[in-house]
Design a protein around this ligand. Structure first.
Ligand code: NAG
Ligand code: NAG
Ligand code: NAG
Length: 355
C-alpha cells in the first residue's frame, strides 16, 4: 500500500508551518539587513497604448497582468524577476503586478509593500493576502520540503484572489528572469481553434510523464482513466498564461483541490503543487515556445548539480530545482549560468553601502 511508504504527512505539514511561523520573526530580522537598490524608472515606447490612470488600470485589458507570490525567503528572487520584466518590456508602464502574500504573516506583507515601493516607486501593483493556513490542510508532503509550503499553492487560487475584471494573467515563479518582452508571452493565443483552452505553457513531451505519478495511480483505472482521450505531456507550472474567466467558469480551483484531497488519502504523486495541475490540464494546454521557460537551472531536486540550457533561443531563464543563483553566488560557488541572473540582483550589499 502506498501509505505504508508515505511519511506521516500531517506531522510534516505541522513541521512546515512551525518552520514558517518560527522563521517569520527571524526572516523579518534578516530582512531588516536586506536593502534593495532603487530601480530606474522605465518608460513606455511611443507606440504603447495609453492606460487610463488609477484606479481603473488594475483591470485594463490593454495592460499585461502578471501574478507572482511574494515572501521574505524568496524576495531577492522576486525583486530580480520584476526588474527583468520591466527592463525588457517595450511598454513597462503598462505592466500591472498582482502579488500574493501569506495572510498568516500580515507583518511581512507590510514590509514587502514597503520594500517594493522603495525599489520600484513607479510600479503598478496590488497585494492580495492568501489564506495559506486554510490550504495547508490540503497539502501532503513531497520529496522536497520547500515545495510543501502553502504559498506554492497560491497559483491555484489566482482566479479567486484577483478582481474578476482581470481576464488573463501571466503567472511567474520567483526564481526566474526574463530577457525578452513579456507582452509577447502575454499575447499567447488561448483557444483560437479550441474554445476550452484555459492555460498555456511550454510542453515537454519527451519527459517521462509516467514518472510524475505513483504505481498505485497508474494501476487504478478509475484514476488513470482521467487521461483517457488526451496526450498528456509534462509542463512546468512556474510560467503559465491563464485565462482567468475560463478558469472561473470551469471551477478549476475546485478540480485541483479534489486531486489534492485524494492525495491525502492515497499517495498518487511525489512532487508538490505540480501534479494536480498535470492531472487537470496535461494534454489540454495551449502551446508556448520553449524559449519562455528554460527551466531546471537550479539543478536536480536531490543534489542541485549545475544544469545547462536546453537547445534553442532563450526568452526566460528559470532556476527551478534545488539550487538558487543568489544562494550559490553568496556562497562563492555559482553555476556558470548564475552569471546571467546576477545583473538583475537589486540587493544592496553592505560593502556597496560603505563604498
Ligand atoms: C502599500 O502601503 C501603502 C502605504 O501604507 C498603502 O497606501 C497601499 O495601499 C499598500 N499597497 C498595497 C498593495 O497593499
Ligand atoms: C467557440 O465558441 C463559440 C461560441 O460559444 C461557438 O459558436 C464556436 O462554435 C466555438 N468554436 C469551437 C471551435 O469550438
Ligand atoms: C518512465 O517512468 C516509469 C515510472 O518511474 C518507469 O517505470 C519507466 O520505465 C520509465 N520509462 C522510460 C521510457 O524511461
Amino acid at each position: 500500500m502506498a501509505s505504508t511508504h508515505a511519511p506521516n504527512s500531517s506531522a510534516f505539514i505541522r513541521f512546515c508551518l512551525i518552520l514558517l511561523v518560527s522563521t517569520d520573526a527571524a526572516a523579518i530580522t534578516a530582512h531588516h539587513q536586506q536593502h534593495f537598490k532603487q530601480a530606474p524608472k522605465f518608460y513606455n515606447s511611443p507606440t504603447c497604448a495609453t492606460i487610463v490612470p488609477e484606479p481603473t488600470d488594475t483591470c485594463s485589458d490593454e495592460a499585461v497582468h502578471v501574478a507572482m507570490t511574494l515572501d521574505i525567503t524568496y524576495l531577492r528572487g522576486s525583486m530580480a524577476a520584476i526588474f527583468s520584466v520591466l527592463q525588457h518590456s517595450s511598454c513597462p508602464e503598462n505592466v500591472v503586478f498582482h502579488f500574493v502574500t501569506a495572510a498568516s504573516r500580515a507583518s511581512s506583507s507590510l514590509l514587502l509593500n514597503r520594500t517594493l515601493s522603495n525599489s520600484f516607486p513607479y510600479l503598478n501593483f496590488q497585494i492580495y493576502p492568501f489564506n495559506d493556513l486554510q490550504v495547508a490542510g490540503l497539502i501532503s508532503t513531497s520529496i522536497r520540503s520547500a515545495l510543501d509550503c502553502p504559498l506554492n499553492y497560491a497559483r491555484n487560487y489566482l482566479a479567486n484572489l484577483l478582481p474578476s475584471c482581470v481576464r488573463k494573467i501571466v503567472y511567474l515563479d520567483s526564481d526566474l528572469v526574463l530577457v525578452d518582452d513579456i507582452a509577447k508571452l502575454a499575447a499567447t493565443p488561448l483557444g483560437i481553434d479550441n474554445n476550452d483552452t484555459v492555460l498555456a505553457a511550454p510542453e515537454y513531451c519527451n519527459a517521462n510523464f509516467s514518472a510524475y505519478f505513483t504505481p498505485s495511480f497508474w494501476s487504478n483505472p478509475s484514476l488513470s482513466l482521467t487521461f483517457a482521450g488526451r496526450r498528456p505531456c509534462y509542463f512546468n507550472t512556474g510560467v503559465m498564461v491563464i485565462d482567468l474567466q475560463r478558469w472561473r467558469a470551469g471551477d478549476y480551483t475546485r478540480k485541483i483541490e479534489e486531486w489534492m484531497e485524494l492525495q491525502k488519502r492515497m499517495r498518487i504523486y511525489e512532487l508538490g503543487s505540480l501534479p494536480p495541475f498535470l492531472l487537470v490540464f496535461a494534454g489540454n494546454i495551449g502551446p508556448v515556445d520553449h524559449r519562455w521557460n528554460q527551466h531546471g537551472l537550479g539543478g536536480d531536486n536531490f543534489r542541485g548539480l549545475c544544469r545547462d540550457l536546453h537547445p534553442g533561443p532563450v526568452s526566460l531563464l528559470h532556476w527551478s530545482g534545488k539550487g538558487k543563483p543568489w544562494a550559490r553566488l553568496d556562497a562563492n560557488r555559482p553555476c556558470p549560468l548564475d552569471a546571467l541572473w546576477a545583473p538583475y540582483d537589486l540587493l544592496q550589499t553592505p560593502f556597496a553601502l560603505e563604498a
